[in-house]
Structures are given as structure tokens and as C-alpha cells.
Design a protein around this ligand. Structure first.
Ligand code: ADP
Length: 456
């Protein structure tokens, strides 16, 4: 079997193994199977030209990391990736920003990535590039003479054409994607958006008799590969973590009340202000719920170098203070807001305690928290997943979760109430159906499907 070369913006620490996030688990599992290289940014910036990749070998896997030029990094990561592409791909034109210099830094970083990867490649390697940071990678590699199969997986949504064309140079992104052999998205809707954009831009997008898509004189495979989680690991972590002192303390504290939980990176796409408002609406409209429900929101700060992220942090602090000020009683605080990350294992224990999982992004490629929440439940007394229709996960779990539109605070308040009142029988039925979906398409099935699509 030929080697796999995984490329992503960040490379997880070699020791990351068990505690690594979903993407890292998938990449590591794929690399362990076929051996290969995980190539990407090592987390450090440099002055001047980046040096060659640092190689660190662990068994079958070589971790290859490079530094990125300090000034380019800011334009590439804070600028083009997270102030242009991220808001654009999440349909948030209100905070979309564009600067030509940022685009140029993005192009340079991708060129450096390709140039530093090139000497590490063998003729029979397969290359798998991840996410919106690295869309031009295949184009750069092709320019450097690389003919090996290259696949791309987009972890975030792909917007409709009318949104995409807000971006100056959007045609460049589309033609860059055409240089891959496989282009994978989270949902069928994302695939449709991509094909629609190719057609609207006059770059092709028709289906050939073999099912491949014709684009710029190439034939590429375009398909949905919804990412999964390591279900068995989540189940085991939830069971063991439930017995830990911290989780037991929370259990005692919550007592007979219902725990509603939200866990997210502190990102405006996660719909946190909307979620807080919905919770306020619940307390406003249903006084009987007072004292009977506690909402725990854990939100870890990210991308603190981007202004919009500083703004949302302040907004949430204000909102939590306002709601607690308005409704709290000496022995009951409705919202507990924690502004930092906590270990995955602990999270699974908290999920298991919770009666309601609030996963209500205003737009999300997939949302792994939705899947982790379901996997962490006790099958005998499962909690209810309240899930946004605008998360990719709704395409898979929509039949059994309680679906909401995150902008509709009364609708969301009603959904939370419905979740607290749902019979055990119905909860068990919904949970079993969702577990079946999660198991059929776990992280290992996901990476196998993608790697198989790349060919052996
Ligand atoms: P995104 O990739 O946009 O952050 P996902 O929900 O798909 O969203 O994946 C997030 C991952 O990070 C999940 O595995 C989740 O458990 C983890 N995570 C999110 N927020 C926190 C937090 N506050 N503390 C610890 N882990 C978190």
C-alpha cells in the first residue's frame, strides 16, 4: 500500500494521540494504517524565509513541520483565513473583511507549504490536504511537477454561489479546487453549492458518465464525506469520567435539576448570543422552569488576534451577567459560563450528566460536539440533543434530534422545554437511532472512505 501524506495547517503533537481532537484522530488513524507523513505548520513563526521541514519520526508516521514567516502568518491566518474565508464560508457577510495583501500572504504561505513538502514526496504517495487554509496547495504542487493523486477535504461549509462571489478572486479558489483529484465536503448540500458555483463561473461542473465532475479539462471526484467521531472512545471516556471527583461534584450540585450543556470554541458561528437569548426567553415565558434547570456553557477562547472574536467574548460576558442578574436567586444561578477549554475526558463526563445538549450554531460544517454529546449519553437514561438545522450534523441526525432554527428564540425555548418533558421511552428511541448513525459512520469509516476514494 502506498504512503499517505496528510497536510493541514496545524500538525498535532506526536504525543497527542488519545487526547487529540476529531481531525487529529482521523489523520493519525489513516497514517498508522498506511504509514506516511503529517505535514504542516509547527506553531512557530520566523523572521525571513522558513527553513526546511523538521522531521520527527514516531513508528510509521513522520511528523514534518515548518515555521511560517511572521508577517505572512498574520495576513494568512488572522487575515485571509479567519477574517475573509471563515466568515464567507459561514455566510456571515456582515463581518466579512478583505484585503488584497492578506490574499497575497495566503498565496505565499501555500506556495511555501508546497515547496517544503515537495522534496519529501515519493512517486507513489497519495496526498490528503485539509481545510480552507490550504485550498491552493494542489495548484502549487502541480506547478512543482507533482502528479500524484491529491485529495482535499473541506471541514467547513461551502457557500452558495451568490455568497461566494462576494470574495474578490473567487474564481481563483474554484480553479484551485479543480486541481485536486478528490474534493470532499461535509454534506450533499455543500457539494451542490460547489457544483453550482463551478457552473455559474463557467468552469464546468457537469457530471461525466463515470460520475466524475468535468472541470477545466480535468475529471475530479466530488462527494460528501461527513466526518465522524471515535464513538467507542467517547463512550468509554464518558463512563470513566462520570466517576471522577469533578464530575461527581457537579452531579451533586445539580441534584434533581436538569442540566443543559453547551460546549464550543468561542466563535461567532456557534450562535452563543442567540443561545443565551433563547435561554432567557425560556425563563421569561416559563416561570415554572426557574430553579429546575441550569445551563452550563463552556466556551474556549480562540483566534484572539481577530477583532470579531474579542467582541463576541465581551458580548457573552455581558449577556450572562444580565440574565443571571435578572433571574438568579440566592440558591440558584441559571447560567454558568466558563470561558476556557477543559479536557475532552472531563467534557464527556459532563455530557453524560446533562439532560439537554444545546448545539445551536448559526452555521457549522459538521459540529462534532453534537456527535460527542450523543455518544456520551447513558443509553438507559439518555439526554436530548437540541440541534441547529444549520449545522452539517443535522443532515445525519435530523430525524432524531430536536431541530431548531437558532435565530428563533421562542422556538428554541420551546425546544428546550420539550426536551425537559420528553418521556424516557422517546429519549431512548431517539438516542438509539442516533447511535446507529454514529457507529455506521465513525471517524475510522470516514478516513477509510476518503483514502479509498484517492485510490491505492
Ligand atoms: P470546530 O471544529 O468549529 O471547533 P467542532 O464541534 O466540529 O467545532 O469540533 C470541536 C472539537 O473541540 C470537539 O471535539 C470538542 O469536544 C472540542 N471542544 C470544543 N470546545 C471545547 C472546550 N470549550 N473545551 C474543550 N474542548 C472543546
Amino acid at each position: 500500500m502506498s504512503r499517505l501524506i496528510a497536510v493541514s495547517n496545524r500538525v498535532a503533537a506526536p504525543a497527542g494521540g488519545k487526547s487529540a481532537g476529531g481531525l487529529a484522530v482521523g489523520i493519525l488513524a489513516a497514517l498508522r494504517q498506511s504509514g506516511g507523513i503529517w505535514f504542516g505548520w509547527g506553531g512557530k513563526t520566523c523572521v525571513g524565509e522558513a527553513s526546511d521541514a523538521r522531521l520527527e519520526r514516531h513508528g510509521e508516521i513522520t511528523f514534518a513541520t515548518i515555521d511560517i514567516n511572521e508577517t505572512d502568518f498574520d495576513g494568512y491566518y488572522n487575515g485571509y483565513c479567519n477574517s475573509s474565508l471563515w466568515p464567507l464560508f459561514h455566510y456571515m457577510l456582515g463581518i466579512f473583511k478583505y484585503q488584497r495583501e492578506h490574499h497575497d500572504a495566503y498565496a505565499r504561505v501555500n506556495e511555501v507549504f508546497a515547496r517544503k513538502l515537495r522534496p519529501l514526496l515519493r512517486d507513489d504517495d497519495r496526498i490528503w490536504v485539509h481545510d480552507y487554509h490550504l485550498i491552493p496547495m494542489a495548484e502549487e504542487l502541480r506547478r512543482a511537477g507533482v502528479n500524484q493523486p491529491i485529495g482535499f477535504f473541506l471541514h467547513v461549509p461551502f457557500p452558495g454561489f451568490d455568497v461566494l462571489r462576494t470574495l474578490p478572486g473567487y474564481r481563483g479558489l474554484l480553479s484551485a479546487l479543480a486541481q485536486y483529484d478528490v474534493v470532499g465536503f461535509q454534506t450533499v448540500q455543500d457539494c451542490e453549492n460547489f457544483l453550482g458555483a463551478l457552473r455559474a463561473a463557467g468552469l464546468g461542473g457537469e457530471r461525466a458518465p463515470d460520475g466524475r465532475i468535468v472541470v477545466l479539462n480535468r475529471r475530479i471526484l466530488v462527494d460528501a464525506f461527513p466526518i465522524g467521531i471515535d464513538v467507542e472512545e467517547a463512550v468509554e471516556q464518558a463512563e470513566t469520567s462520570l466517576r471522577s471527583a469533578a464530575v461527581q461534584r457537579l452531579a451533586q450540585d445539580i441534584g434533581e435539576r436538569d442540566l443543559a450543556i453547551g460546549v464550543d470554541r468561542l466563535d461567532y458561528s456557534k450562535g452563543l448570543p442567540e443561545r443565551f437569548r433563547a435561554f432567557e426567553t425560556l425563563l421569561e415565558r416559563h416561570p415554572a422552569s426557574h430553579r429546575n434547570i441550569v445551563f452550563l456553557q463552556i466556551a474556549s477562547p480562540t483566534r484572539t488576534g481577530v477583532r470579531a472574536y474579542q467582541d463576541i467574548r465581551h458580548e457573552l460576558e455581558r449577556s450572562a451577567g444580565h440574565i443571571n442578574g435578572r433571574f438568579a436567586e440566592p440558591d440558584w444561578t441559571p447560567i454558568r459560563y466558563i470561558n476556557r477549554g477543559i479536557s475532552r475526558k472531563m467534557l464527556m463526563g459532563y455530557f453524560r450528566l446533562a439532560r439537554i445538549g444545546l448545539v445551536t450554531p448559526i452555521r457549522d460544517g459538521m459540529n462534532l460536539v453534537a456527535k460527542e454529546f450523543v455518544a456520551a449519553q447513558d443509553p438507559e437514561t439518555p439526554g436530548v440533543l437540541v440541534l441547529s438545522r444549520l449545522a452539517g450534523a443535522a443532515a445525519e441526525l435530523g430525524d432524531s434530534a430536536v431541530l431548531v432554527n437558532p435565530y428563533d428564540s421562542i422556538g428554541m425555548a420551546d425546544a428546550i422545554l420539550k426536551a425537559t418533558e420528553m418521556s424516557l421511552e422517546e429519549r431512548k428511541e431517539r438516542h438509539a437511532a442516533m447511535m446507529q448513525v454514529l457507529r455506521a459512520n465513525d471517524i475510522h469509516a470516514w478516513r477509510k472512505r476518503f483514502v479509498d476514494a484517492l485510490g491505492n
